[in-house]
Design a protein around this ligand. Structure first.
Ligand code: NAD
Ligand code: MG
Length: 381
């Protein structure tokens, strides 16, 4: 489990604890929240616990080695732990670009992947799709929209799919005027109406870049052409996404907004477990509404089709710029519209590589981060 202390990681640990006959966590890892990692390891007794920040290893070791739990630190340990014989499935629940390297190791080792870290497919979806053709690995999406689409596609002929309709809550600023959004603070943007998630994805939901990323993710997961994938705003987050078929039929998956369900469905390799989620009582919801997304108000949505048209390293640069811009915004050093400006400017200025190999993604990610940092400093509020 990569990212065991986060929003997805802790919910996945709930599932593992609730279904002990099916699951055991053999490796738990975290970025820097060492106390939470120690707590999780005490409870779930993995074979190995890994912390990304190497300076925190002594603390981890002192707490866990007396319990017979091995410890390690650093990006290499994180990438290589996925290859162990006792690992069947790798849950990628870290944030951002950091998910890429361990995912590539998991594919090389033929491990199944429960994929929460959508940024991996955004950054290097073409590379991953190519590698999957020569690997035993299967990817099971954790993202609620992609889990919904996977559920709708079961028993269907992929060639008969007309469109994927990805629902979006619209985020906290759906009903705000543009002038008011311009002054939005981190606290405003962190107030998501329906989902409680990590800070980075919550900001991505407020800019709607998260939905752009999900369109890219859906393209790579399901092989549907970009022009056949659309976002539709559905503020109640009950319909998790839909698939339209050539005959005009539309299938949807519904449920209360609760990530336990898509996590369990992915870990179970698309089997259904008893009583994972609270029940949906449709009569409790007076109305379910749908509307077109406002791309004027949320220009980040446009990056989906820009990236899927340009391909190459375009989405890698967008992701890197966004990670930097979101960090500045969360520290109160960048305005909310500054996130879009930073991404647009970085995308224009960063080297573009048409048919990238792995090293090109690494180089473009580094360059885009550097350029985005410089740009954020010049437009500091
Ligand atoms: P989070 O911030 O709550 O948790 C992130 C986890 O990753 C933590 O355990 C942290 O310690 C770890 N981490 C951070 N940097 C790391 C690094 N460099 N190396 C190793 N571990 C590192 O984030 P989250 O909301 O759980 O999101 C995780 C991923 O799942 C993201 O890609 C997000 O887009 C995706 N996702 C989340 C949700 C949700 O409901 N939270 C829904 C759909 C998709
Ligand atoms: Mg989602």
């Amino acid at each position: 489990m990569l990212g065991a202390t986060g929003s997805i990681g802790t919910q996945a640990l709930d599932i593992i604890a609730r279904y002990p006959d099916r699951y055991r966590a053999v490796v738990l890892s975290a970025g820097s929240r060492v106390d939470e990692l120690i707590e999780a390891a005490r409870k779930h007794r993995p074979r190995l616990a890994i912390i990304a920040r190497e300076d925190l290893l002594p603390k981890l070791r002192a707490a866990l080695e007396p319990l017979g739990i091995a410890t390690a630190a650093g990006p290499r340990a994180l990438a290589e732990c996925v290859e162990a014989d006792d690992v069947d499935t790798v849950l990628t629940a870290t944030v951002g670009y950091s998910g890429l390297e361990p995912t590539l190791h998991a594919i090389a080792a033929g491990k199944d992947i429960a994929l929460a870290n959508k940024e991996t497919l955004v950054v290097a979806g073409d590379l991953i799709t190519r590698l999957l053709r020569h690997s035993e690995t299967k990817i099971y999406p954790v993202d609620s929209e992609h889990s919904a689409i996977a559920q709708c596609l079961i028993g269907e002929d992929p060639a008969r799919v007309e469109r994927l309709l990805i629902t979006a809550s619209g985020g906290p600023f759906r009903t705000w005027e543009t002038w008011r959004i311009a002054d939005a603070t981190a606290a405003d943007a962190l107030r998501h109406p329906n989902w409680s998630m990590g800070a980075k994805i919550t900001i991505d939901s407020a800019t709607m870049l998260n939905k752009a990323f999900e369109i890219i993710e859906a393209h790579h997961l399901f092989g549907v052409a970009p022009e056949r994938i659309e976002a539709v705003v559905h503020p109640q987050s009950i319909v998790h996404s839909m698939v339209e078929f050539v005959d005009g039929a539309v299938k949807a998956q519904l449920g209360v907004p609760d990530m336990h369900l898509p996590i369990a469905y992915a870990l179970g390799e698309h089997t259904r477990l008893d009583g994972v989620s609270r029940r949906l009582h449709l009569a409790d919801y007076a109305t379910l509404t749908f509307e077109k997304p406002d791309t004027q108000k949320f220009p980040c949505l446009g990056f989906a089709h820009i990236c899927l048209d340009r391909r190459g390293t375009a989405a890698c640069a967008v992701n890197a710029a966004n990670e930097i811009a979101v960090a500045h915004f969360l520290r109160g050093e960048l305005s909310f519209p500054g996130i879009y400006e930073t991404i647009a400017r970085t995308l224009d200025d960063t080297t573009f590589i048409d048919s990238p190999i792995y090293d090109d993604y690494v180089a473009v990610n580094d360059e885009a981060r550097r350029r985005a940092e410089e740009f954020c400093k010049t437009i500091r509020k």
